[in-house]
Design a protein around this ligand. Structure first.
Ligand code: GLA
Length: 390
């Protein structure tokens, strides 16, 4: 993906929409017909459970990708990114993979075209105020915004779960990250004011109202590692191996009492223990938030972090430090790494009246101990992918 994450205009108020439309006009010589928007996500709990057919509880955040578009008469797609002022073009039917960020739209185009052969070419401008490559699902947000444009121009109804699967195909078959469906479903199907309880076996989504009296604080460690070059795909393989050793289709079907199975070595047992206990914690947090029990929800989030750090081994020392600093803060109910791991953001549930103070104190100590400049923001649950016809 592109390295820099500039913070361009939000396409929500009319002035910003017209400025995006003008940028499109300058780049392509015509007015755009529509603007698609797709948000990033933060996962409150349930990491490395999606490809194990378990459960997660994410929400969409305000920071998003926006893509302006006008239809072309041929099968070419031309995209200009304002993130790094680069331009790519490809033919929908071309199987030669592009380099760098172009592989995401191209992967979506290929997946869409296989399902809907009537896919139209188009041209558009891409902007984002979502940090790229930071674990907030910038790739899925881009994929779903691109899919939204294809769906509009091909008169295909927007079915969020089906489109999430097309984004997932792009990621797995083109980009090379053997991810699950968490990011694409969260970006495509999120509902304002709600968390999404996702069951990855039945691919069912239940909306859980976000409770009063608490805020989601996101703290950036500023540590960045591409998941494709970390242990992500290895963890996936290990959990599949654990399922095979236990004789179950997926770890969804295993229970903690299976952990002393003689076929499981220590590593596989720890990987399995994370997935099995994390699935239970997702249910625990969803139930606790439904009844406004923030103590139970926060406790399960902190337990989830320990499980990801010790059993699944996808945390890094900087993230562990942020989690422990947050847990020491008065207003914090619970904190954990979020997403694939190996850097990125920490998510915490905090008391709204002290969230500024908690963020400031945490970042100061973090800088003193690591020399790194983190940053933080609070998030409220937003709706998923949308399109504005101009
Ligand atoms: C990344 C992947 C998701 C999911 C998370 C971990 O974000 O893209 O599919 O596996 O890691 O929960």
């Amino acid at each position: 993906m592109v390295e820099s994450a500039r913070m361009p205009a939000e396409a929500r108020d009319p002035r910003q929409i017209s400025s995006l439309a003008e940028t499109h006009q300058r780049q392509f010589g015509h007015a755009p017909e529509l603007i698609a928007r797709s948000p990033g996500r933060v996962n409150l709990i349930g990491d490395h459970t999606d490809y194990n057919l378990g459960f997660s509880l994410p929400m969409a955040i305000e920071q998003s990708f926006h893509v302006t578009a006008n239809r072309r008469q041929d099968r070419q797609v031309i995209l200009h990114s304002l993130l790094d002022e680069s331009r790519i073009s490809f033919d929908i039917d071309s199987a030669a993979p592009l380099d760098d960020w172009g592989i995401y739209p191209q992967g979506v185009a290929r997946a869409f075209e296989q399902r809907y052969p009537e896919a139209h070419g188009w041209e558009g401008v891409i902007v984002a105020d979502l940090p790229v490559g930071a674990g907030l699902s910038s790739s899925a947000a881009l994929e779903m915004a691109i899919a939204r444009v294809f769906a509009s121009f091909s008169d295909v109804d927007w079915k969020p779960l089906e489109m999430a699967r097309l984004g997932w195909q792009a990621e797995n078959h083109w980009v090379g990250l053997e991810s699950g469906l968490l990011d694409q479903i969260a970006s495509a199907a999120a509902a304002s004011g709600h968390l999404l309880l996702i069951d990855f076996e039945s691919i069912e989504v239940t909306q859980v109202p976000f409770p009063e009296g608490v805020e989601v604080l996101l703290v950036d460690s500023s540590v960045r590692r591409e998941l494709t070059t970390t242990g992500y795909n290895d963890r996936r393989e290990e959990s599949f191996e654990a399922a095979r050793a236990l004789g179950v289709k997926s770890l969804r079907e295993a229970s903690l009492s299976d952990m002393d199975h003689e076929e499981l070595n220590d590593v596989l047992a720890r990987r399995a223990r994370h997935v099995i206990s994390e699935n239970d914690r997702v249910q625990e947090v969803a139930d606790a938030l439904r009844r406004g029990d923030l103590t139970t929800a926060g406790g399960a989030m902190s337990a989830s972090h320990l499980s990801l750090a010790n059993d699944y081994e996808v945390s890094v020392p900087e993230i562990d430090l942020l989690v422990s600093l947050l847990n020491e803060a008065d207003g914090c109910r619970g904190a954990r790494m979020t997403g694939g791991g190996f850097g990125g953001y920490v998510v915490a549930l905090v008391k709204p009246e002290s969230s500024n103070e908690t963020a400031k104190a945490t970042l100061e100590t973090y800088r003193e101990r690591t020399g790194l400049n983190g940053s933080a923001f609070t998030a409220t649950p937003q709706s998923g992918t949308s399109v504005l016809h101009l």
